[in-house]
Ligand binder design. Sequence first.
Ligand code: NDP
Length: 475
Amino acid sequence: MGAHQEKKLVEERKHQNMQNDTKTSQGQWGRAWEVDWFSLASILFLLMFAPLIVYYFIMSCDQYQCSLTDPLLDLLTGKKHLSDIWNRTPMLTYRAAAIYSLWVTFQVFLYVSIPDFCHKFLPGYVGGVQDGAVTPAGAVNKYEINGLQAWIITHVLWFANAYCFHFFSPTIIFDNWIPFLWCANILGYAVSTFAMIKGYFFPTNAKDCKITGNFFYDYMMGIEFNPRIGKWFDFKLFFNGRPGIVAWTLINLSFAAKQQELYGEVTNSMILVNVLQGIYVLDFFWNEAWYLKTIDICHDHFGWYLGWGDCVWLPYLYTLQGLYLVYHPVQLRTDYALGILMLGLLGYYIFRMTNHQKDLFRRTNGNCRIWGKKPEYIECSYMSVDGTKYYSKLMTSGFWGWARHFNYTGDLMGSLAYCLACGFEHVLPYFYIIYMTILLTHRCIRDEHRCSSKYGKDWKCYTAVVPYRLLPGVF
Ligand code: NDP
């Protein structure tokens, strides 16, 4: 394709994307320009306490068999001092640092050096070079979508090692879990600090930066929209997907291997957690191109929230069920296990179909069929800061007619299934559903606030037709 033709295509695509409702108003886009006291207080709280929360959860498994109350009771009754707990905590080791560095370097290599080949032979898979949504400054970034490939290569190597080569034990992740925590924190803080400095001094796209002047807010929520090194190394796509999400399934496999080593068997609850979370992870990579259009990529800037969150919060707290099951191997009654499997699969089905319905509707501009019928929708419009009017559509058919965020409901059902697989002895494995409920409810309200200011009275018409957010008749 000639350079002129290619440029024209990009321009057309840009225009089409805008028509397809991508928001161009800088004033309403992404994170705030002004920091209110509540946001600042929340940010300070998270900066101070989020690393401690992660440490507390992991430490309580390591030292207190996953009891969240026993460490507190020990401290309050004076049975133990903080220094006792700290002295029993495994420290950073050279070995862990070397393994972790190798892991991250390998994922960087897979991300930047091997162009996607999966889309060449997997029917229906969208990989290779794809366009992102239009950024607030009007740029359209290109992404190399090769996450599925990175995931497959990594897991093939993992199984090849576990069953053939035996270079290292599959329990390696569990065995170094706390030393790796220090490595993940170092990376998380380093990348967030680097992103902040880069945002100030050498941003990838200066027009897409937001600087509020409040150091803590800017550090937490990020300055740059899409920081990049070179043409392809995109911070948001890399850190969210790899090493965090590629690692998720490996971490679970390592926990299963530890169960096998300790008890001579892998329980059905551990298999359930591995299978259900494995489906979620594979879905993420299969739909990585779709992920470019989600709130994370389209609206959030890259700061500590994403940088540290992807390196530490996600791999450590999203995998608590597997970790818990190493300490408490739960063998579920078959009917109960099947019930959980059904709940998890139903949640996944709702999550995937709801996202798919919106994606299809928006991609075809409503010229598609939802549940065998032409979709119903509300015509809406919005204005960009330069006064240009754009038109869009809000679908009221399919799952989008049941509730305004039924995709979140499906996600929550799946999350609940992981937790239920761990039985009812401890609270710790239920952290995930509590956290996801807060995260997605907050996200729902945040998104609706944005949509309301974007579409005005049209959004009101939409909410009149679809009055509930997550659960029809309840909320
Ligand atoms: P959505 O995919 O729900 O996207 C919301 C946007 O869709 C709105 O801003 C609006 O954008 C558009 N929209 C809203 N209503 C309609 C409608 N009726 N018809 C057409 N378009 C509509 O949000 P997310 O990006 O947050 O979530 C994507 C998925 O990722 C979800 O399934 C969620 O569960 C999952 N997720 C998982 C997380 C995890 O940690 N496991 C974290 C976050 C999300 P516009 O301005 O274009 O109109």
